[in-house]
Ligand binder design. Structure first.
Ligand code: GLU
Length: 446
């Protein structure tokens, strides 16, 4: 007899066969839940799996805008409002040419469980556009953001749906989006997070994902009796998440020896520290999207078109984007003696790479747990907005640190409880799922 979980996976594969990224994310989560649904028949009775894989609502819209030369352009805009069982929809907006419904459904689905793990009351959502901010002027980005918000504002609100940033959406974009929202609804509310510090943003929010990943990795390292001191770390990407991670890892005595971009990776055996960390921000703001600039400036090795996973390191933290670390990379890392792998981007490791790490007893921190510090600090920004006050850096950082420890503890606890001690992938999926699923049952068939 086929298993309830397999039936749901097969149904999804037939119905949404072209949604490659979404199917990958759904399959990973659902497979972890076999143990849970076997123990708790109520989830099958109430058809929780069939319901949880279907977004509550998807909004697709046209985003017309004009470039500096006066030419018209049309992009596609989306918001996937996936699940609101435990709070208003919450999740970022991604502006990148690779954005489509499959990518946003995968991100929105992950966000449900990630947000549940944060211990804060936030549902799951995600949105964005196939607009490419690269090479656009500030005015073009502003016009695009205003046009995007001209439709999105109808569907969001501080108690309905609270978007934030993601790839291609940083402080500048959040500013333009917030300005247009405020003009349209004539209200100053905490509707977006990642806001500027002078107008409702939270301290530590820009650093939060990277800091959170590092705090999570620190807990993982503790379980194998060690810490970051003197450890060599491979990082991919050089954006916001990578910057936060490099900053905190360096502070804790680790040495980050790689960064990467769409053009290749750099190897800096002396470690990315001091002014080199500040240069990461300069590189990002230049909009060139080329990590080779780092190699040219600091005279280190640049490998064009390659990923950084061939460099022997103790810890690997992929910070760039989905599926950037595959089975061959995983084999190479294990061969080179990696001690732990922690995902900072969303779903950066392919399913077979994750399986390889787990089969080889490499402690592995999945994204939805390890990178939840970003959205958790967004949750703290929402709290501060509701209270109409601002916490200090130290207060926010202490809360973030505590949340990351709680997430790690929850993953360990549920992994053990369901018979797979140390398997943080299962632990994260199960811990995130149970809270949302029970809330869905409590609230009836809606
Ligand atoms: N885009 C981030 C994530 O993937 C943050 C979302 C948020 O702050 O709402 O979790």
């Amino acid at each position: 007899m086929s298993h309830y979980v397999d039936e749901v996976i097969n149904d999804l594969k037939t119905r949404y066969y072209w949604e490659k990224e979404f199917l990958q994310a759904a399959e990973e989560v659902l497979n972890s839940l076999k143990l849970v649904v076997d123990k708790n028949p109520k989830y099958k009775k109430y058809k929780i799996l069939e319901r949880i894989v279907e977004p509550e609502r998807i909004i697709c819209f046209r985003v017309p805008w004009q470039d500096d030369k006066g030419e018209y352009h049309i992009n596609r805009g989306y918001r996937v409002q996936f699940n609101s069982a435990i709070g208003p929809y919450k999740g970022g907006l991604r502006f990148h040419p690779s954005v489509n419904l499959s990518v946003l459904k995968f991100l929105g689905f992950e966000q449900i469980f990630k947000n549940s793990l944060t211990t804060l009351p936030m549902g799951g959502g995600k949105g964005g556009s196939d607009f490419d901010p690269r090479g656009k002027s500030d005015d073009e980005v502003m016009r695009f953001c205003q046009s995007f918000m001209n439709e999105l504002f109808r569907h969001i609100g501080p108690d309905t749906d609270v978007p934030a940033g993601d790839i291609g959406v940083g402080g500048r974009e959040i500013g333009y989006l917030f300005g247009q929202y405020k003009k349209l609804v004539n209200e100053f509310t905490g509707v977006l997070t990642g806001k500027g510090i002078k107008w409702g943003g939270s301290l530590i929010r820009p650093e939060a994902t990277g800091f959170g990943v590092t705090y999570f990795a620190q807990e993982v390292l503790k379980t194998i009796g060690t810490d970051f001191k003197g450890k060599k770390v491979a990082i991919s990407g050089f954006g916001n998440v990578a910057w936060g991670a490099v900053t905190k890892i360096t502070e804790l005595g680790g040495k980050v020896v790689t960064l990467s971009g769409p053009d290749g990776f750099i190897h800096d055996p002396d470690g990315v520290s001091g002014e080199k960390i500040d240069y990461m921000i300069e590189m990002r703001n230049s909009g060139r999207d080329k990590v080779q600039d780092y190699a040219d400036k600091f005279k280190v090795k640049f490998e064009a078109g390659k990923r950084p996973w061939s460099i022997p390191v103790d810890v690997a933290i992929p910070c760039a984007t989905q599926n950037e670390l595959d089975i061959d990379d995983a084999k190479q890392l294990v061969k080179n003696g990696v001690k732990c792998v922690v995902e900072a981007a969303n779903m950066p490791c392919t399913l077979d790479a994750v399986k390889y790490f787990i089969d080889n007893n490499i402690p592995f921190g999945p994204a939805k747990a390890a990178n939840a510090g970003g959205v958790a600090t967004s949750g703290l920004e929402m709290t501060q907005n509701s209270m109409r006050l601002s916490w200090t850096r130290e207060e926010v950082d202490a809360k973030l640190h505590q949340i990351m420890i709680s997430i790690h503890d929850a993953c360990q606890y549920y992994a053990k409880e369901y018979g797979c001690p140390g398997n943080l992938v299962n632990g994260a999926n199960i811990a995130g799922f149970i809270k949302v699923a029970d809330a869905m049952i409590d609230q009836g068939l809606v």
